[in-house]
Design a protein around this ligand. Structure first.
Ligand code: C2E
Ligand code: CA
Ligand code: CA
Ligand code: CA
Length: 268
């Protein structure tokens, strides 16, 4: 891996190598990692902007081979390119649902790749998983990015309709970064919107506020992601965001750490 003289280099060397490797080899390694249960899941809390209570968690996939962690921004696209995304997600979804069974009062947000949403079997596979684990679909929030609504709107719509019918909800992820319009939110019946981190940290309060108000005008609750400072939290709350997510509230954490957050030790 290239040396930059920074402490960070080591942790990211593995993914640089991965990018240089030929695709087939990288795929093989990812496939083996999925088969050997080496894909882990961490959880980031979503809190009420008003009370600070944890109302949900977002599950985020982690791959940490011995050579060093690989970012999901690298291995998710790799899984998509190589047809491994369904297998990978199946594991992540199952792990995440099992993890939060002890806390029926919190919601579970899962990231769904656009490719999956367009898979005609997606809704049925999700329903099978939910019933196999006896997981209440009403706790589920499926986060999708907007691109898919432009490329394959009909397929996306079919999946959404089928899962809405059993009470699952959908959030538009990374809102404010692309072309997603009020029309998209309404047509597909989105239940929630997640304002992208770049808008939170971008420093343009007028745009941020207008984006939040856009969703509010449709009565769609807004989550602000990437909240790192008290000032950002205050701004988001005052602009009308329902939920906050970000390093200020909690970084993505292991199940054990999440348990400590949700079940603080009580004095005996
Ligand atoms: P995302 O869905 O937008 O997830 C939010 C990302 O922002 C996560 O990065 C999270 O760790 C990071 N983040 C949260 N709060 C803060 C903050 O306050 N500051 C900063 N700087 N970052 C924050 P992560 O875990 O590296 O995931 C990156 C992307 O990879 C995700 O973006 C999502 O698109 C994708 N991804 C992760 N896990 C999965 C998965 O299981 N399935 C699918 N399809 N995609 C996944
Ligand atoms: Ca997300
Ligand atoms: Ca996001
Ligand atoms: Ca993102």
């Amino acid at each position: 891996a290239k040396e930059s003289g920074r402490g960070q280099t080591a942790a990211y060397s593995a993914e640089l190598d991965l990018e240089r490797e030929n695709l087939a080899l990288a795929e093989q390694r990812l496939k083996a990692a999925i088969a050997n249960d080496e894909i882990e899941v961490v959880f980031q809390p979503l809190t009420s902007s008003v009370s600070g209570a944890i109302l949900g968690v977002e599950a985020l996939a982690r791959w940490m081979p011995p050579t060093g962690p690989v970012s999901p921004d690298i291995f998710i696209p790799l899984a998509e390119r190589s047809g491994l995304i369904d297998q990978l997600s199946q594991k992540v979804f199952e792990t995440a649902m099992r993890a939060v069974t002890d806390w029926p009062h919190i919601d579970l947000s899962l990231n769904v790749s656009p490719l999956q949403l367009c898979n005609p079997n997606f809704a049925d596979e999700m329903k099978d998983l939910l019933s196999r684990l006896a997981f209440d679909p009403r706790r589920l929030i499926l986060e999708v990015t907007e691109g898919v609504f432009i490329s394959k709107p009909d397929r996306a719509r079919r999946s959404i309709t089928a899962l809405h019918a059993i009470g699952a909800r959908f959030a538009m992820d990374d809102f404010g970064t692309g072309h997603a319009s009020i029309g998209t939110l309404r047509q597909f019946g989105f239940d929630k919107v997640k304002i992208d981190r770049s808008l939170i940290s971008g420093g343009n309060d007028a745009i941020l506020k207008a984006t939040i108000q856009l969703a509010a005008a449709l009565d769609i609750p807004v989550t602000a992601e990437g909240i790192e400072t008290d000032a950002q939290a205050r701004f988001a709350r005052e602009a009308g965001c329902e939920l906050l997510q970000g390093y200020l509230i909690g970084k993505p954490m292991s199940l054990a750490r999440l348990r400590e957050r949700l079940e603080p030790a009580t004095p005996t």
